[in-house]
Design a protein around this ligand. Structure first.
Ligand code: ADP
Ligand code: GLC
Length: 489
């Protein structure tokens, strides 16, 4: 199949959270399978500073930016890519739109991502790449789905294209004042946005994508059910129930080429389930780097997170003081995002010097060290479409303590010392009592060597590689591409 993938993040070029890991992992797997995969993402301003190199001669353009004819954009192929069995990656170069980092704010976001979709479709059309599937990730790429609804110029190139929308995070929908469409030179798209939003003077990119996509997926089976409920649907549940026959939940895969403690070049020492000496070295390195005073046998509790409401940081901040007073453990926390949560975590670290360390940063190397150096790992999310950090933690031998929601519920089972089965501690109530109970249980297991060894081994054995998860996308895509007119939404 020919697959055009449109996304805001693609690791390691552009990554804020799991979206980047998943687009890169899935895109690479599909290409390895022999599909022709063309990935289009923005060339963000900060990529140049990091030495991301593009081929000099543009693959498309320069062309005038719709709505801003004085400005131009071009699309460049990523230098050094395009080998057989790998995706071809293209970057939309438009400094006036994509300055700074991956996300901006306000109307600038709408202008950014309308241009991303437009440029991706223009690139495919001009390169003669006639996709079977246009795979759009999150609200950022949903405009492409609206654009493919009847824009006459696109018809020939996209005659056989089916659209797929993967919802990684329903909490971000891309809601803007509708008149931004005219300012973006995309007034023709207005008819494809939902009337209930337009009646309020708004457009909602994600809702438009959900309305029109031939296939909808989200990133775990449990979350596919959750988003059809008022509690988790964030206002889109009614529409998702109407379109449920188009909706599938596919658990994210893990790219173990990048996430394997036995071969991880970002770690000071390597280890495996059979030989954990390296894990002890990582633990000491983490403690030294973060300023933790570790006594022998005291477990390290890790956390690596975007600091957003979704992630349950409030629960951590409120639950930990009592637990720290009662039990022996240390905390190594890494996060960046909302200043409110960063301030709260800095406060916790100040209150428990040497026992709680918090580094406010986006740091890929340190993230790997936190997984490797931790014995337990917190993911107390209020909602979690899939969640990758608990899967990485398990592979790195850190026992996840998670709330039973979304992909966390699908990937972690509560350990039972009597049977020796289970991979972590799972709680339901999103409050201090819930997290306190689960972390308490995990600390109890850690204190009994046989229990600790068993739960760690169970986690390290789990396998969510793309070889398992990818075929589910492939099968749905193939059904669309092979299904003719009945497949069309
Ligand atoms: P989300 O996409 O909601 O942020 P996921 O669990 O799917 O949640 O993915 C998070 C990804 O981002 C993981 O790769 C994790 O290691 C990474 N990550 C989160 N916060 C940081 C940080 N501060 N520094 C480095 N990596 C981070
Ligand atoms: C999101 C979700 C997370 C998921 C990731 C990749 O941002 O919050 O649960 O793992 O996307 O799909």
């Amino acid at each position: 199949m020919r697959i055009l993938m449109i996304c805001a993040e693609y690791a390691p070029l552009a990554k804020v959270g799991g979206l980047g890991d998943v687009t890169a992992g899935l895109g690479s797997w599909l290409a390895r399978r022999g599909h022709e995969v063309l990935v289009v993402l923005p060339c963000y301003g900060d990529m140049r500073g990091r030495g991301v190199a593009m081929e000099g001669h543009p693959a498309l353009g320069p062309r005038p930016v719709p709505g801003d004819p004085a400005a131009s954009y071009s699309v460049h192929r990523l230098a050094g890519g395009g080998h057989r069995g790998t995706p071809e990656v293209f970057l939309v170069d438009a400094p006036m739109r994509f300055g700074g980092g991956v996300y901006s704010a306000g109307e600038a976001e709408a202008l950014r991502f309308l241009l991303l979709s437009r440029a991706a479709l223009e690139l495919a059309a001009s390169a003669g790449f006639q996709p079977d599937i246009v795979h759009c990730h999150d609200w950022h790429a949903a405009p492409a789905i609206a654009m493919l609804r009847g824009a006459p110029g696109e018809e020939r190139a996209f005659r056989q294209a089916y659209t797929a929308l993967t919802i990684h995070n329903i909490g971000y929908q891309g809601v803007f004042a509708a008149d931004v469409l005219e300012r973006a030179g995309e007034g023709g798209l207005r008819a494809h946005f939902a009337p209930e939003d337009l009646a309020l003077g708004n457009i909602n990119f994600l809702r438009a994508g959900i309305l029109h996509a031939d296939l909808l997926t989200t990133v775990s089976p449990t979350h596919a059910r959750e988003i059809q409920t008022a509690e988790y649907g964030m206002g889109l549940d009614t529409l998702l129930r109407q379109r449920r026959h188009r909706l599938a939940g596919i658990l994210n895969g893990v790219d173990y080429a990048h996430w394997d403690p036995a071969a991880d070049p970002l770690l000071p020492a390597r280890y495996s389930a059979a030989d954990s000496a390296g894990k002890r070295a990582c633990r000491m390195a983490l403690a030294a780097e973060m300023g933790l005073q570790l006594e022998e046998g005291v477990p390290v509790v890790g956390l690596v997170s975007r600091l957003a409401q979704q992630k349950g940081i409030d629960i951590v901040v409120h639950a930990l003081p009592e637990l720290l007073a009662a039990r022996r453990f240390a905390c190594a926390f890494l996060g960046s995002g909302d200043a409110r949560y960063a301030t709260a975590l800095h406060g916790l670290a100040r209150r428990f010097p040497g026992r709680v360390a918090f580094i406010e940063a986006q740091d890929e190397r340190l993230a790997h060290l936190v997984y490797a150096g931790s014995d337990l790992f917190l993911v107390p999310s209020l909602y979690e479409p899939c969640g990758l950090t608990q899967m990485y933690a398990m592979r790195y031998g850190a026992v996840p303590v998670v709330r039973r929601t979304g992909g966390l519920a699908d990937t972690v089972t509560h350990f039972d010392p009597a049977t020796g089965e289970g991979t972590g501690a799972v709680f339901l109530d999103a409050d201090v009592g819930g997290l306190g109970w689960a972390l308490g249980a995990a600390l109890d297991w850690h204190a009994v060597p046989a229990h600790r060894a068993q739960v760690v081994a169970n986690g390290m054995r789990q396998d969510w590689s793309w070889e398992h998860q990818g075929p589910q996308y492939e099968a749905l895509f193939a059904r669309l591409a092979g299904g003719g007119a009945t497949a069309r939404a």
